[in-house]
Ligand binder design. Structure first.
Ligand SMILES: Cc1cc2nc3c(=O)[nH]c(=O)nc-3n(C[C@H](O)[C@H](O)[C@H](O)COP(=O)(O)O)c2cc1C
Length: 405
């Protein structure tokens, strides 16, 4: 080898002095980002996000059920122009995935919901804002006017408040309304009970210890405005901060029935979606009520434990409702190949929950951008290696492209 050849192999560029940027650049998978997030978050906050209900059987099964599927590719298909674009309720999306609603997002990183919505907008994918958000739906609409914004509704015992939220979402330009039907009562989240975790977080001996180990997190939290359920105010009139997670979930109505859905249907003019562990018979009933889509979800294993994995509901639900109704799915999605599997089973799109929260905790908005890019590239690569060029083709040929391991 000549000296010039050797020199070409030498890389003497200095490492990025910005630690957060350097760590993000070293993350190539969602799992990498989760590892960084785990080091950035206090233990109890990490466990609050990562954990599930009861024995965490739904949680551990969600990802396993997605990854039981194996791809059977087509040989020698020209995939030069593979394209992940799709249409969700008549709106173009750059890829068939989106960011699912998560409550209390500013506790993960102070930039919270606006950072996630901005990243979704930049990636050309939808973002669903939670009723339990720490940014009000009006503020988010102002901050992210061009993001495809959907709103997730909980049905409250106070039907006036439920109606008010629907009206506000409509007025603020949210395009799709998702009604979550999996939270009749609060689940028992075992890790939170054991760690004594509360929302809002209380200063306890344990959290004082956390401050010592995660000073950067606590310093940012202490300098930012108080965390509040920004979409609702407390019954005492003391402002949203008067609510804790325990007393707020008691305000959700365990008596919600199909007739409430009819009522919401008559008020909401845009696409209406049911979010929960919905089987083929209920999906059909929803369709007959004029509901436009189902978002198959077991809340990421955080509500009913031992629930069927939502990925396993995709094909039966699609077969039951036919091609006209939108079918979305979440719970356990961390990779573009997971998204490809859902589409091949018949879904219109998959949603990510924890995956983007790990990006947010690891690096704020750039961390969420990175999640969107990683998953998008994984999806495109999977499509090309499978021998398919469009999302419609992936869905249409799903039966021949998938096999159970
Ligand atoms: C920290 C956290 C908070 C959540 N908050 C809500 C919420 O307020 N409303 C809702 O409908 N779903 C909520 N979910 C469930 C998500 O919308 C989604 O169904 C779930 O995260 C998908 O599973 P995954 O985390 O495995 O991707 C939450 C999930 C997490 C992890």
């Amino acid at each position: 080898m000549k000296a010039a050849d050797v020199l070409e192999l030498v890389d003497l560029s200095l490492p990025d002095p910005n630690g957060r940027r350097r760590r993000l650049a070293s993350a190539h998978t969602v799992e990498d980002l989760e590892r960084i997030a785990r080091r950035a978050l206090p233990r109890s906050v990490y466990d609050y996000v990562a954990g599930g209900a009861e024995e965490e059987r739904s949680l551990s099964n969600n990802g396993a059920a997605i990854r039981r599927w194996r791809f059977a590719p087509t040989a020698l298909a020209d995939v030069t122009n593979a394209d992940s674009r799709t249409s969700l309720f008549g709106h173009d999306a750059r890829a068939p995935f989106g960011f699912a609603p998560t409550g209390y997002t500013r506790m993960i990183d102070t930039t919270g919901e606006p950072a996630v919505a901005a990243a979704a907008g930049a990636a050309g994918i939808p973002y669903v804002l939670s009723t339990m958000a720490t940014t009000s739906l009006e503020d988010l609409a102002t901050l992210s006017p061009s993001t495809d914004r959907w709103f997730q509704l909980y049905v409250w015992k106070d039907r006036g408040l439920t109606r008010e939220l629907v009206d506000r979402a409509q007025l603020a330009g949210y395009r799709v309304l998702e009604v979550a039907i999996d939270t009749a009562v609060a689940a028992l989240r075992t890790r939170d009970v054991k760690s004594g975790f509360t929302i809002p977080p209380r200063l306890t001996l344990r959290s004082v210890f956390d401050i010592g180990t995660r000073p950067r997190y606590w310093w940012a939290m202490l300098r930012s405005p108080a965390l509040q359920f920004a979409n609702v105010s407390s019954p005492s009139g003391s402002g949203a901060s008067g609510y804790s997670i325990a007393n707020i979930t008691q305000q959700f109505d365990p008596g919600v029935t199909w007739s409430d859905l009819e009522e919401i249907r008559s008020h909401w003019h845009g696409p209406l979606v049911l979010k929960g562990p919905i089987g083929p018979a209920d999906a059909l009933r929803a369709r007959d009520l004029g509901i436009d889509g189902v978002h198959l979800s077991n809340h990421g294993g955080r509500q009913l434990d031992r629930a069927v994995a939502p990925i396993d509901l995709v094909r039966p639900v699609r077969e039951s409702v036919g091609p006209g109704m939108s079918v979305f799915v979440d719970s356990g999605f961390t990779h573009g190949a997971d998204v490809a599997t859902a589409i091949a089973l018949g879904a219109d799109a998959a949603f990510l929950g924890r995956a983007y929260l790990w990006g947010l905790a690891a690096g704020g908005r750039p961390g969420v951008d990175r999640v969107a890019r990683i998953v998008h590239q994984e999806l495109l690569r999977t499509m090309q290696l499978l021998g398919v060029s469009t999302i419609d083709e992936l869905r249409g040929r799903g039966h021949e492209l998938l096999a159970l391991a």
